[in-house]
Design a protein around this ligand. Structure first.
Ligand code: E4P
Length: 218
C-alpha cells in the first residue's frame, strides 16, 4: 500500500519524505487555502515546489465544475510537472473529464467519492485513482471503512485497474484498516502517519535495554 500525505504544508511534506516512506501527496483547495496560497501563479508555483520535494504522484485539484473548464485547468496542471495527477470531483462533467484525460494519457484522481456507484463510474471512465472519504463518512455515522471494503471487492471481481486511495484519514486505525481491506493507497495527515510509530511496550522495552546497557558498561 502506498503512503501519500494529505497536506499542502511544505515542512510536513519534507518531514514525511525524510522518513523514507512517502509515495506522493494529495492537496485540495481547502488545504491550499490553509497554507495561505492565493492566486493562480502562487498555486502553480506551490505545486511545482511540492513536486520538487517528493518523487511521486502529486494530486492537484481543478476548481471548475464544467467539462470545458476542467479540461482547460487540468491540462495546465498536468503540464506543470510529470508527477502531477489531475484531481477531479465526482460529478457528471467530472466523469466526462476523467474519460477525456484518460484518452490523452493524463492521470486523474476522482475525489469526493462517498458511494460504490460513484467508484464504479470513475473506474469505467479510467480514473487512475478514486478517493473515497473515510473520515467524512464516519462523521455522519456511516462506517467509512465499509465503503473501502465494498469498493475493494467490486474492483477485484470486475478487474478494474483504478487504484483505491483511502482519503479523509483521521487516525492510525484508518490506515491499518485500509491496508487490511485492500486499499492501494492511503492519504493521511502527518500526525496519523507518525502515530503508527507509537507503542508503549516499544518505549518501555527500549528504556529497559538502554538502562541495562548503561548498568553493565558503568
Ligand atoms: C484527499 O484527497 C482529500 O482532499 C482529503 O483527504 C479530505 O480530508 P478531510 O475530510 O480531512 O478534509
Amino acid at each position: 500500500m502506498k503512503f501519500f500525505i494529505d497536506t499542502a504544508n511544505l515542512a510536513q511534506i519534507k518531514e514525511a519524505n525524510d522518513l523514507g516512506i512517502l509515495d506522493g501527496v494529495t492537496t485540495n483547495p481547502s488545504l491550499m487555502a490553509k497554507e495561505g496560497i492565493k492566486g493562480e501563479a502562487a498555486v502553480m508555483q506551490h505545486y511545482i515546489d511540492i513536486c520538487n520535494i517528493v518523487d511521486g504522484d502529486v494530486s492537484a485539484e481543478v476548481i471548475s465544475t464544467d467539462f470545458a473548464g476542467m479540461v482547460a485547468e487540468g491540462e495546465k496542471l498536468a503540464a506543470l510537472h510529470e508527477n502531477i495527477v489531475v484531481k477531479i470531483p465526482m460529478i457528471k462533467d467530472g466523469v466526462k473529464a476523467i474519460k477525456y484525460f484518460t484518452s490523452k494519457g493524463i492521470r486523474t484522481n476522482c475525489t469526493l467519492v462517498f458511494g460504490a456507484g460513484q467508484a464504479i463510474l470513475a473506474a469505467k471512465a479510467g480514473a487512475t485513482y478514486i478517493s473515497p472519504f473515510v473520515g467524512r463518512l464516519d462523521d455522519i455515522s456511516y462506517d467509512g471503512m465499509d465503503l473501502i471494503a465494498q469498493i475493494s471487492q467490486i474492483f477485484a471481481v470486475q478487474g478494474y485497474q483504478t487504484q483505491i486511495l483511502a482519503a479523509s484519514i483521521r487516525n492510525p486505525v484508518h490506515i491499518i484498516k485500509s491496508a487490511e481491506m485492500g486499499a492501494h493507497v492511503i492519504t493521511s495527515p502527518l500526525a496519523s502517519i507518525l502515530a503508527l510509530l507509537n507503542h508503549p511496550l516499544t518505549d518501555k522495552g527500549l528504556a529497559q535495554f538502554l538502562a541495562d546497557h548503561a548498568k553493565s558498561n558503568a
